[in-house]
Design a protein around this ligand. Structure first.
Ligand code: SF4
Length: 327
């Protein structure tokens, strides 16, 4: 453990960036990280890439870095390892989990396959590697609709996010007549954006538009978008929508720190959020990131390194590869 936990922010940044170069490492930072971790090195921070989970893993795979530090949650670091099997991938806190990813196992997927034989299984990227390996194709919130539309089957199993599944199912049914068979997983952050909360915010901020992530409950979506403008989609859809909208005030129904990202990108616009933070994402800190860099090449890295068997990497890569044909 680091012996001197009180280091100024500036000193931390200097040390991290120096070690990053010495050890040929890159730092990936998810949109839900705290604002200090999301600041790019080119803007005075430490991150090399800031983005969503798949986008970050794809960017890291393209680099010549030997070491990838993923400031995000564990399933994201696993995805980076699957896409960069020859690189060392680390996460600053291996306990950084996800309520969606832990809601379903490979055994659960196999039981669904036995119950619904010949029904394709689409897995949201928010699943662990073992679960992905049992599924037919992965999807992100950005390409889920396109992937489901393209599958030639009257029924499709979608796991694990119940609310995202219900939101997708409405559009898919209307457009294609296909039915989705859903799992009861929920994001513990997005499920808190209730319909009552949306109604209250709409009354308080009548001129604002809603920014809703796919993972919020379907009743919240209908109550928000029926009576106010806005968007339902992925994090990237939300970011793009704000840039294209003439509205200057938005109610954000997603992780609180996405509000910081949006404010950095669109300083002239206002973002209102109940500020619900993901407790798993908030386990990641600059100090823990520094700890990884200090130990690379010096100590065993079991506390931080993501290790997956070659067989699991191969199996979990197949549904990701299928998904990437759509991105
Ligand atoms: S915000 Fe939700 S989906 Fe994302 S890591 Fe946290 S619990 Fe999982």
């Amino acid at each position: 453990m680091i012996q001197e936990p009180i280091i100024s922010g500036k000193e931390l940044i200097l040390r991290i960036n120096k070690l990053k170069k010495e050890k040929n490492a890159v730092i990936l930072s998810h949109y839900y990280m705290s604002p200090d971790l999301q600041l790019k090195e080119t803007a005075g921070g430490i991150a090399d890439f800031v983005g969503d989970s798949l986008g970050l893993s794809v960017e890291a795979a393209k680099t010549t870095a030997d070491h990838i530090i993923f400031c995000g949650v564990y399933f994201m670091a696993e995805t980076a390892k699957i896409l960069s099997p020859d690189k060392h991938v680390y996460i600053p806190d291996k306990e950084a989990g996800c309520s969606l990813a832990s809601s379903i196992t490979a055994a659960d997927v196999n039981a669904l396959k036995a119950k619904y034989p010949d029904t394709p299984v689409v897995a949201y990227i928010n699943t662990y590697a073992e679960t992905k390996a049992a599924c037919d194709v992965c999807c992100t919130s950005r390409n889920a609709l396109a992937i489901i539309r393209s599958i030639d089957s009257p029924e499709i199993i979608f796991v694990p996010d119940l609310y995202m599944g219900q939101n997708l199912a409405k559009q898919v049914k209307e457009e294609t007549g296909k039915d989705l068979i859903l799992w009861n997983g929920k994001c513990e952050v997005h499920e808190q954006f209730t319909s009552d909360m949306a109604k209250g915010l709409r009354m308080q901020y009548p001129n604002s538009e809603f920014l809703l992530h796919w993972e919020v409950p379907d009743t919240t979506v209908s109550d928000s978008l029926t009576n106010a403008g806005g968007v339902l989609g992925s994090t990237n859809d939300i970011i793009r929508y704000v840039g294209e909208s003439s509205c200057t005030s938005f109610i954000l129904a997603s992780e609180c720190d996405l509000g910081s990202t949006l404010k950095t990108m669109y300083q002239e616009k206002e973002f209102i959020t109940p500020c619900i933070k993901c407790p798993h994402m908030k386990k990641i800190s600059m100090l823990k990131t520094l700890e990884i860099l200090e130990h690379i090449g010096v100590d065993k890295m079991d506390n931080f390194e993501v290790n997956l068997s070659t067989e699991l990497i191969h199996k979990a890569y197949q549904p990701i590869k299928k998904m990437m044909e759509f991105t």
